[in-house]
Design a protein around this ligand. Structure first.
Ligand SMILES: Nc1ncnc2c1ncn2[C@@H]1O[C@H](COP(=O)(O)OP(=O)(O)OP(=O)(O)O)[C@@H](O)[C@H]1O
Ligand SMILES: [Mg+2]
Length: 304
């Protein structure tokens, strides 16, 4: 659905007009209906990637297409919805006026816009503030309003630049639920965020942006690990049976191991039984994106 091929982008901003490379030969593919998290340190190029997709800035080289259409064509933009890193709204408009304004911009018929606006403000907990001017909104309220503005036009593709920042835990949960609903509706979502614990609950895949390109991608199904507690066996015996295990703790008679996947568990069961031991418990954990982030993203590019 979203394809970037060999895209490079640099900026010349300081007084000496030195070139700063933001993206260098970047390739990205987000499939239809997929939620893809773009992760990377500050300054890695996440916002730049999103702005390029929206044709707010142009690449130095490379190709950007959305559903096969070049990103600089206006019919491409009609299908995209965007929440910028720091949403700004006309302060003198009320929340309701603002959402209706964006609905009109997206070509939504007036009566339908009214119905959608009421529903969205209600579901985002903004019904009480609908007739208040946005200048009186808190940061979290503005972030929710950004979602109302986004969804009123029912875009197929959502580009969300740190949509969870500034929200309290309840607000984050609400936004997460909205994202899950959008996923169910079949929307394609590209999201950047530093709140990895929330992102990993909604994304199907995540890509780590390092040195101006996607360095590594992880599938959410590939991020599960099993923690197994067993008696009567040691790591060496399991390793001798060609099992890749990591021993993490010994608790009395039991040993806690970490395994890569389900197949390993079957093998382990057999080996443990052959040694007269027993598997006592199995727990599934998502391998945290935070850990993968630290492994994949060094902080050196911050000062690149
Ligand atoms: N308009 C601009 N003028 C000059 N340099 C820019 C501009 N926009 C981005 N850059 C530079 O490009 C690089 C990538 O910036 P970008 O905003 O895309 O990072 P990011 O991954 O979104 O970071 P953050 O997590 O802090 O939002 C940075 O080095 C930044 O300084
Ligand atoms: Mg950014």
């Amino acid at each position: 659905m979203i394809r970037m091929k060999n895209v490079s982008k640099s900026f010349r901003s300081d007084l000496l007009r030195r070139k700063r490379i933001a993206l260098r030969g970047m390739n990205l593919h987000v499939r239809r209906g997929e939620t893809y998290a773009l992760l990377g340190a500050n300054g890695a190029g996440k916002t730049t990637t999103m702005k390029l997709l929206l044709d707010l800035i142009r690449p130095d080289e490379g190709e950007i297409r959305v559903d096969g259409i070049e990103s600089h064509r206006s019919r491409c933009r009609l299908r995209l919805g965007y929440i910028p890193e720091r949403p700004y709204f006309f302060p003198h408009l009320t929340g309701e006026e603002l959402v209706l304004y964006y609905a009109a911009l997206s070509g939504v018929e007036r009566r339908l816009a009214r119905v959608r606006c009421d529903k969205l403000l209600e579901s985002l907990g903004l019904a009480g503030a609908a007739s208040k001017k946005t200048r009186s909104y808190s940061k979290g309220m503005l972030q929710r309003l950004a979602f109302a503005q986004l969804l009123v036009g029912r875009p197929e593709i959502l580009i969300l630049d740190e949509p969870l920042s500034g929200l309290d835990p309840v607000g984050r949960r609400e936004i997460r639920d909205i994202l899950l609903r959008e996923k169910e509706r079949g929307s394609t979502i590209l999201i950047s965020s530093h709140i990895l614990e929330d992102v990993e609950k909604v994304c199907d895949r995540a890509g780590f942006l390092v040195d101006g390109g996607i360095r590594n991608e992880v599938d959410s199904s590939g991020t599960e690990v099993l923690e197994v507690e067993a008696t009567g066996i040691a790591a060496e015996e399991l390793e001798a049976a060609k099992l890749v295990v990591e021993q993490i703790a010994r608790v009395g008679e039991r040993t806690r191991f970490r395994l890569g996947d389900e197949k390993e568990l079957e093998k382990m069961n057999e080996v443990v039984r052959n040694h007269g031991g027993e598997i006592v418990s199995v727990n599934r954990h998502a391998r945290s994106l935070e850990k993968l982030f630290v492994e994949n993203v060094s902080s050196r590019e911050v000062n690149r």
